[in-house]
Design a protein around this ligand. Sequence first.
Ligand SMILES: *[C@@H]1O[C@H](CO)[C@@H](O)[C@H](O)[C@H]1NC(C)=O
Ligand SMILES: *[C@@H]1O[C@H](CO)[C@@H](O)[C@H](O)[C@H]1NC(C)=O
Ligand SMILES: *[C@@H]1O[C@H](CO)[C@@H](O)[C@H](O)[C@H]1NC(C)=O
Length: 499
Amino acid sequence: MGFRYLLLSIFLLYLLGGGVVVEVLGLAVNWGTRSTHPLPPSIVVRLMRDNGFNKVKLFEADPGALTALGNSGIEVMLGIPNEFLAPLATSVRTAEDWVSQNVSSYVSKYGVDIRYVAVGNEPFLKTYKDTFLQTTLPALKNIQAALIKAGLGRQVKVTVPLNADVYETDSDVPSGGEFRSDIHALMISIIKFLSDNDCPLTINIYPFLSLNADPNFPLDFAFFSGASSPVVDGSISYTNVFDANYDTLIWALEKNGFPSIPVIIGEVGWPTDGDPNANLEYARKFNQGLVNRIMRGQGTPKRSTPPEVYLFGLIDEDAKSIQPGNFERHWGIFYYDGTVKYSLALALNNSNNNNNRTLVPAKGVRYLARQWCVMAPEASTLDPNLPQSINYACTYADCTSLGYGSSCGRLDARSNASYAFNAYYQTLNQQKGTCQFSNLSVITTINPSQDTCRFEIMIDLGKHEKTRNPSTSSAARELANTVMAVLLSLLSSIICAAV
Ligand SMILES: *[C@@H]1O[C@H](CO)[C@@H](O)[C@H](O)[C@H]1NC(C)=O
Ligand SMILES: *[C@@H]1O[C@H](CO)[C@@H](O)[C@H](O)[C@H]1NC(C)=O
Ligand SMILES: *[C@@H]1O[C@H](CO)[C@@H](O)[C@H](O)[C@H]1NC(C)=O
């Protein structure tokens, strides 16, 4: 206990020392690391602290992230990926090893303030069919038993982050809330286990996906300003989908005998690119509405106690699967490099408190040279090699901003090709031979960015000087080299951090 207070005061001192006098807001955020060029963990931790985030959710026990979080004053919810559920379900020993290696050691050796272990990630998502139905609860029980055995039972709670599709309403209003019939008994068993052990239920709510799934969905209702088209449920008038969705869950819990189990919102946010409804304006509007509620300590009509809310997410991830859609790589409130996407006020403007605290960018980020790979001026857009060159570039680099309604969706054919070439060139660390698309490309020092479309320069991972093979080897080999180099550097940074 004393240790936690110490950490808290360090956090307060840190804020005060930085000249920013604010109350600790308790903002929480998800930190995903599916990036070709992840920001160094120490920079990410500083970014979170500079912006008043004191809680973070990780999707896996990433050693770099965990060590950087040691003695940072930031509380951690540590995720276990779904593929671990089966082994953890079948063997107590495996669960004990997991806890020992991924929880106990970080708590005791590095001073990481782990508060929750999130077992699985949306394991009952409809698209996973029934893959994780048998293993989630046994894995949850084994992890809980292992935490108790490790003496961490009081300090570290277990939970299972579930998608909001585990409940539904057949009457279109929250009071019709009930758990999905195919998993009803399982849901009750899990909730009972959590409740018996003083653990919270975790739900991910995505108003963006509601809007995306239904072209007739009222736009204002997705934000926190839908008074024009409220959903009327008895005496309650719902003006936003967040409240309506959350209260659907609270109704379902109440009907099944768990009216007061604590609920955490494990993920909620709005993407900025990769879809016509994903842009800076909408994301700012949604996230500001959300942050305002968090700062006001606002609950919902059905439950006045506010839930703990983890924003999704901190930074963009250019290597995330785009199976759900191109927007998947653009959920960050910061770009991939920790620069600010839009202004987000992090303090309430009340009369006697005039601080306009807003997001601040990451500090100390190192970039590659200020140069871009673009289509050569003399090359023709009718060149027969062009389509396959673009296709090749976009196979290895992130081109999700080029789609319809996205930030670079209005580029002409020439700029479109340039965007793809540059994405590839940057992703491969501007290495020699990575801007040679059948003689259609050339390196420039003039920034080709236009309007909303950003031609990025990648984070410097120290890869560009190390090109061993100056002659143009096949691009596949280049990529393999890069991947190897990234792995090696990750490994060395892990080893360095561990020393
Ligand atoms: C710790 O977690 C990592 C990442 O989730 C995993 O690869 C590793 O196997 C875990 N350790 C044990 C002993 O299970
Ligand atoms: C730009 O490139 C993308 C990705 O290759 C492609 O889908 C789109 O049709 C292109 N647009 C134009 C105008 O060439
Ligand atoms: C690129 O240009 C060089 C020099 O003009 C030429 O030798 C080479 O064959 C060209 N390569 C391709 C793929 O067109």
